[in-house]
Design a protein around this ligand. Structure first.
Ligand SMILES: [Zn+2]
Length: 81
């Protein structure tokens, strides 16, 4: 927990310090993870990006910011092969 503020979500790279909710996980943000379980369990990055973008906008995030975070997701540890 002590390093949490410097970490980024391993699925979407959102800084965990900016996470508006609680994920129940130390690796993932509350967009990607609920009660310690991944919200999207699939392996399709595009589908994940679409879902995440919709959710960020729905939660009130600026659309340009949401687009930027969505674009960044491809570099997250979860999607690296
Ligand atoms: Zn995330």
């Amino acid at each position: 927990m002590e390093n949490k503020n410097r970490k980024n979500c391993e699925s979407c790279l959102l800084p965990l310090s900016k996470d508006p909710g609680t994920s129940g996980s130390e690796k993932y943000c509350s967009y990607c993870c609920k009660d310690g379980k991944l919200v999207y369990g699939g392996t399709d990055l595009k589908e994940f990006q679409n879902r995440s973008y919709q959710e960020m906008v729905a939660k009130g995030m600026n659309k340009y910011k949401a687009k930027f975070f969505t674009w960044m997701m491809r570099f997250a540890p979860r999607w690296k092969k």
